[in-house]
Design a protein around this ligand. Structure first.
Ligand code: ATP
Ligand code: MG
Length: 439
């Protein structure tokens, strides 16, 4: 069948199994972040375009090439968020949250939009789990968010990620560095791509992050920022590394990391995997001490990171880590006659009210086909309802995994089933407990 309607290039649906995996991963991450004091926030999927121009930076790839920008019917330019930090900062300012006790710590799960060339691990609509922390300047805050990111991966059972860190300094030390870059790249200006030639004067650091092979090759021998750090930035970086050592977190210092967004200062970091191909960065983040002020708020140190959820799921699949799944349906009611089918409809409603997942036949299948269906969806229990059951006022529950049966009354069935199902959970727990010898 040739389908006429397909999802737009670079987007992915989440069919139920995948949606369950996303939800499980997201809830786990929000839970872990909650232990670190990060509370969930939600911001709009679109913002005024200027917000991203100003924060992400006019000379970045994201703003120059990748944004989904359009004019709405009121004539305003709006943009689908390409990342989560700008919206979080705007929210922080708009709600006067800088007046609340600091640090303010937020976590979010969002969709992001970038017009990029779709490939494995690179989509046009993708999802991020992110955290932002406002009002903490201490290097221990940098190490704390890095530790949180590591704990997210550990909790999900992901292994083998490399943590790379760098410091990209502050506007003070960056001045000398930008000059050194202008001199270095200026000498090879003719070889640079057109975009980078335009960046040479305004923001030469962006050339370091260019994806064009020629610019990339030239950038490899460029001066590194670590040689230009001022004393404050160097001291900060040393203390971040010391704190990571205290956490026993291994890291590599990689002086080539500059990150693709303009707002970063001082600490930047990435978690990289080599098991999912070229798009191996699953998490990127860092400090952005200048951004709140840049967006006309009070001078507020800040930092955060974002994890790409599609890449994370790819990694979990590649490593054979079991993805979270929906709980199986507990009970499937099987009707033998039309009257029994009517009864199963209300029985199912009552069972659901008692908190158990229950299905009955809404298709009009034969008894055999209903059985087959229950098997296929992995039902934990089945229960046949027919003429004799209705006459006797009792039904038999069958536990599919063991074949064990139990007779329950139709009167008060929902409560009786809930009690039975709970008893089986407790019994199964006991059966699985390994007691030491002699006990
Ligand atoms: P990359 O270097 O791979 O382009 P980036 O530096 O643009 O990444 P960030 O803006 O820091 O990425 O976003 C944080 C995370 O979001 C990335 O580490 C990645 O896991 C994920 N991500 C970024 N862009 C995409 C995309 N187009 N498709 C899927 N995931 C993405
Ligand atoms: Mg990118």
């Amino acid at each position: 069948m040739e389908l006429r309607y397909k999802a737009p290039r670079g987007t992915q649906d989440a069919v139920p199994d995948r949606a369950a995996a996303f939800r499980g991963v997201e809830l786990t991450m929000l839970g872990v972040a909650g232990c670190y004091g990060f509370r969930e926030v939600r911001t709009p999927v679109f913002e005024h375009t200027e917000l991203f121009d100003r924060s992400v930076g006019e000379t970045t790839d994201v703003v120059q090439k990748e944004m989904y920008t359009f004019t709405d019917n009121g004539g305003r330019s709006v943009t689908l968020r390409p990342e989560g930090t700008a919206g979080a900062v705007r929210m922080f300012l708009e709600h006067g949250l800088f007046n609340e006790p600091t640090p303010q710590k937020y976590a979010y799960v969002t969709s992001c939009y970038r017009y990029e060339k779709p490939q494995a691990g690179r989509l046009r609509e993708f999802h991020q789990f992110g955290v932002e922390c406002f009002g903490a300047a201490d290097p221990l805050a940098d190490a704390e968010v890095i530790c949180l990111a590591q704990e997210l991966f550990d909790t999900l059972g992901i292994t083998g990620l490399t943590l790379r860190i760098n410091s990209i300094g502050c506007p003070t030390c960056r001045k000398a560095y930008q000059d050194a870059l202008r001199e270095y790249f200026g000498a090879r200006k003719d070889e640079l791509c057109e975009t980078c030639r335009g960046r040479l004067e305004r923001n030469p650091m962006r050339i370091l992050d260019c994806k064009s092979p020629v610019c990339h090759a030239i950038a490899e021998k460029a001066p590194v920022i670590l040689d230009f750090l001022c004393d404050d930035c160097r001291g900060h970086f040393d203390r971040v590394k010391q704190a990571l050592d205290d956490y026993d977190l291994p890291y590599e210092v990689d002086p080539t990391i500059v990150r693709g967004l303009d707002y970063y200062t001082r600490t930047v970091f990435e978690f990289v995997s080599d098991s999912i191909g070229a798009q191996g960065t699953v998490c990127g983040g860092g400090r952005y001490d200048g951004l709140v002020k840049e967006l006309e708020g009070p001078d507020t140190p800040a930092l955060g990171f974002a994890v790409g959820l599609e890449r994370l799921l790819m990694l979990m699949e590649a490593q054979g880590v079991s993805l979270p799944a929906d709980d199986p349906v507990q009970l499937v009611l099987i009707a033998q006659t039309p009257e029994a089918r009517r009864l199963t409809a209300t029985l199912a409603r009552d069972v659901r009210l008692s908190g158990c997942a229950c299905l009955f036949d809404t298709v009009g299948r034969s008894v055999k086909a209903q059985m087959k269906y229950a098997n296929k969806i992995g039902a934990q229990y089945t229960c046949v309802v027919g003429e004799s059951e209705m006459a006797e006022g009792s039904v038999t529950i069958k536990e599919m995994a063991t074949g064990a049966t139990e007779t329950l009354p139709l009167e008060g069935f929902a409560e009786a089933f809930a009690e039975y199902a709970m008893r089986r959970v407790v019994e199964a727990f006991g059966e699985n407990m390994q007691l030491p010898d002699g006990q």
